[in-house]
Design a protein around this ligand. Structure first.
Ligand code: C2O
Ligand code: CU
Ligand code: CU
Length: 528
């Protein structure tokens, strides 16, 4: 516990004192907080790009290098790439395979997916499949590093100053040059994503581009008459800020990645002023007057969104949710607005035939202002569409009714800022690899209660869960179905019912505000 971070955080937290936490919520001395929004806006030093000037990119689907009988093998090289995100400027991103978002992987439920990663970035990385039901050896434990090809010395430097980090020599056993992740994919159809998970540096790594989609298909979902192919589109929403030369701007304490965390004003979270969808600023998708399936992912470090269609279709209820983090809901759920916290996914159907030909429909963000109030636009064609072969069935899937009274164990996790404890903590403890906060028996049902002081999107690895209560009442409108991340606002409490299955080992729960995560709001739990 000797590094700069602990000291800095101690000082920062002490300076704010207990008065920073007020009865009704959170006030930060000197910082400009947007209501409903964690964090501080980092402004771009470039002129902002014109909205609705570029077409929506759709990330390429990765083809296996070796399709086998029961296993598909993929290879991804993590490397810097010069991207054209802003007109006339180049942005050097840290990418999976040269693109941002990375290529989309598509798996079949029950068919093993093996992904070999090689790291040609200048610093170590870790890959996590978010929402994957994955054995611990492939789950992206935050110290199970993939070393850069020529960066071993840099790697051991990187151990210094990280609270609880094992000695460099011990950590080296974990690390390897290149790493193979094996995903059994014994799980339902769902919209998953993969992203960096390196201890202390997930925030900068994802901000610079290390994120992509990983979709799982199964027979149940394929039997439904939902929109497919070019009308089934993943949308990765992420805010970023840019420096004058076009590079990503991020307030890291140490760009050489030896000391984790961001400068003190950004400790609540880093917000950007440019909204990207699939890596493009405020893009446009030309649509036909047909139903589309949009797989919404909030891949932002800290920003929450309240998404809505503008104008709404006549009669409202324009966003019909069919799925969440863990796949299909039991029944479709219509929304006018959709609150989406970091790492959450909402799978929605939008029926553009409810609009007149030629309508331009904006996807807006009601929690944003100025440049961050708009996300993208759908330009509906004036042409006559083909007959729509899709529909939204009344019943999508079967989800077991949660029975909280059958929980064998109840545990409470407090997500809070803690003076003197290194920043953001769970139950008063900053993350320490190898020190579990819970040991759970595989196959038994547990009730976990999360309690917050601030905005904390709480994520649990290994298995999806169901939300059974919010603030002592029924779950909220965005809590339906199987989830792996739940959005908690200041001073809330949420109860989830979970049952961990199949894989004994060491997994994590953490806040998915990546600045909070990097500044220690993470914990191990052990399954046995
Ligand atoms: Cu999406 Cu442990 O993270
Ligand atoms: Cu995860
Ligand atoms: Cu948090």
């Amino acid at each position: 516990m000797t590094g700069g971070i602990t000291r800095r955080r101690l000082l920062a937290a002490t300076a704010l004192g207990g008065s920073a936490l007020t009865a009704g919520g959170w006030a930060l001395a000197g910082g400009s907080l947007t209501p409903g929004q964690p964090g501080l806006l980092l402004r771009s030093q470039t002129p902002l790009p014109q909205p609705y000037a570029v077409p929506l990119p759709v990330p390429p689907v990765l083809t296996p290098t070796r399709p086998g009988d029961t296993t598909d093998v993929y290879e991804i090289v993590q490397k810097p790439a010069r991207l054209r995100i802003l007109a006339g400027l180049e942005t050097t991103a840290w990418t999976y395979g040269g693109t941002f978002p990375g290529p989309t992987l598509v798996s079949r439920s029950g068919r093993r997916t093996v992904v070999r990663h090689r790291n040609e970035l200048p610093h170590p990385t870790v890959v996590h499949l978010h929402g994957g039901h994955t054995p611990d050896g492939s789950d992206g434990y935050p110290t199970a590093l993939i070393l850069p090809r020529d960066g071993t010395a840099h790697h051991s430097d990187g151990m210094a100053g990280m609270p609880g980090m094992p000695e460099a020599s011990g950590a080296r056993d974990h690390a390897s040059v290149g790493r193979t992740y094996t995903y059994p994919m014994e799980q339902r159809a769902s919209t998953l994503w993969y992203h960096d998970h390196r201890m202390g540096f997930t925030g900068p790594n994802v901000w610079h581009g290390l994120a992509g989609f990983h979709l799982v298909h199964d027979d149940e979902e394929e039997a439904l008459p939902l929109p497919r192919r070019e009308r089934d589109i993943p949308l990765m929403i992420a805010d970023r800020a840019f420096a004058a030369d076009g590079s990503f701007r991020y307030p890291a304490l140490d760009t050489a990645q030896r000391t984790p965390g961001v400068t003190d004003p950004y400790m609540d979270g880093v917000l950007g002023d440019v909204l990207l969808v699939n890596g493009a600023p405020w893009p446009v998708l030309e649509t036909q007057r047909l139903r589309y399936r949009l797989r919404l992912l909030n891949a932002s470090n800290a920003r929450r969104y309240r998404l809505a269609l503008e104008p709404p279709p006549p009669g409202g209820d324009g966003l019909v949710q069919i799925g969440g983090d863990g796949g299909l809901l039991e029944r479709p759920l219509a929304h006018d607005t959709l609150d989406i916290a970091p790492a959450e996914r909402f799978d929605v159907i939008v029926d553009f035939s409810r609009y007149r030909p030629g309508t331009r429909v904006r996807l807006v963000n009601r929690l944003g202002s100025g440049s961050t109030a708009n996300v993208m636009r759908f330009d509906i064609s004036t042409g006559r569409p083909p007959a729509d072969d899709s529909r939204i069935p009344d019943r999508l899937s079967t989800i077991p009714t949660p029975r909280p009274e059958r929980a064998a164990t109840t545990r409470t996790f407090h997500f809070q800022r803690q003076a003197g404890a290194g920043g953001w903590t769970i139950n008063g403890r900053p993350y320490e690899p190898g020190r579990p906060l819970a040991t759970v028996r595989l196959g038994t049902t547990e009730l976990w209660r999360f309690v917050t002081d601030f905005h904390h999107p709480v994520h649990v690895h290994l298995d999806h869960f169901q939300v059974t209560a919010r603030n002592g009442r029924s779950p909220g409108p965005y809590d339906a179905g199987w989830k792996d991340t739940v959005d908690l606002r200041p001073a809330e409490s949420v109860e989830i019912l979970t049952r961990f299955t199949d894989y004994p080992g060491r997994f994590m729960l953490h806040c998915h505000n990546l600045e909070h995560e990097d500044m220690a709001m993470m914990a191990d739990f052990v399954t046995e």
